[in-house]
Design a binder for this molecule. Structure first.
Ligand SMILES: Nc1ncnc2c1ncn2[C@@H]1O[C@H](COP(=O)(O)OP(=O)(O)OP(=O)(O)O)[C@@H](O)[C@H]1O
Length: 264
């Protein structure tokens, strides 16, 4: 059984109004995908393609107008949220907006642990130290407030919060997009290591081709709410001639001088 199956999901925003000409806006149409445990699906698409809407749908935050979201074979919209909340976590692009500035890093990471587990104060403290060290920070950082961290460091705190309850799937919604090159590379390395250690699955939502290639096992292209390309392996994606993939690959300067081509 697959970890996640999205079956013909369609979604639209706005209300059907009899006397208004304002139409409902379809943002996802017949989207289907499958994600196996321990693998990463890179979901690429331009701004407004519907990527984040799909992410919210599989987090249980936005009920689709049609279709099913099966997590371990069970439709999450026919299940009590407590049955999957612990298993599906999210890391957003803007780490500063994703945390309460009045909480310390320790309190931020402890939130899901106190919601979903019953640890003694000593066991909780120990677990927080393990988690913060796992993401490359130190026990002393647990006492710091978000304003004392850089964007890259605070994203590590958000990742520690996301892995705290041993989830099976993490939605990475542009999770490295606002980081500089060095931090981006380090966070991608961390995410790769955590994927191996915990057999984690990721839905990696992005429009960054380089980042998606560093982490993903399969790739999908979403355009105007529809899947317009599916590449089941990194090799297939690398050789893709899809006009959308080509246009974003072309737009990026190749990192290695030997791979750079001179444009006519
Ligand atoms: N709550 C909402 N109400 C109405 N329209 C919405 C809502 N959320 C998103 N939309 C619209 O749905 C479309 C898809 O948005 P979505 O955020 O899913 O796209 P995206 O691919 O994630 O874009 P981006 O890369 O810019 O974040 C957009 O046109 C957006 O304006």
């Amino acid at each position: 059984m697959s970890l996640l199956r999205i079956e013909q999901v369609s979604h639209r925003y706005g209300k059907r109004r009899v006397l208004s000409r304002q139409a409902e806006r379809t943002v996802l149409q017949d989207v289907s995908l499958t994600l196996e445990a321990g693998t990463c699906l890179g979901l690429l698409g331009k701004s407004g393609a519907g990527k984040s809407t799909l992410g919210r749908i599989l987090l249980g935050l936005e009920r689709p107008k049609a279709g099913r979201v099966l997590f371990e074979g069970r439709d999450i919209y026919g299940t009590h949220p407590k049955d999957y909340r612990q298993d599906i976590q999210v890391v957003f692009q803007d780490s500063f907006a994703a945390v309460n500035p009045k909480l310390t890093a320790g309190q931020i990471i402890a939130e899901p642990l106190t919601n979903f587990t019953r640890l003694s104060p000593e066991a909780l403290e120990q677990r927080l130290i393990t988690l913060i060290e796992q993401v490359g920070l130190t026990g002393a950082d647990l006492a710091k407030y978000p304003s004392a961290f850089s964007g890259g460091q605070l994203q590590r705190v958000c990742i520690a919060r996301a892995i705290a309850t041993h989830p099976k799937l993490i939605v990475l919604d542009e999770a490295v997009s606002s980081l500089d090159m060095v931090n981006k590379a380090m966070i991608l390395k961390l995410l790769r290591e955590l994927k191996e250690t915990y057999d984690l699955a990721y839905l990696f939502i992005t429009h960054d081709v380089q980042a998606v290639q560093a982490l993903s096992d399969q790739f999908m292209i979403l355009e105007q709410g529809q899947i317009v390309g599916h590449y089941p392996t990194p090799q297939a994606f690398d050789q893709a001639t899809d006009p959308y993939v080509s246009s974003i690959k072309d737009a990026m300067l190749a990192t290695h001088p030997r791979k750079r081509t001179i444009r006519k």
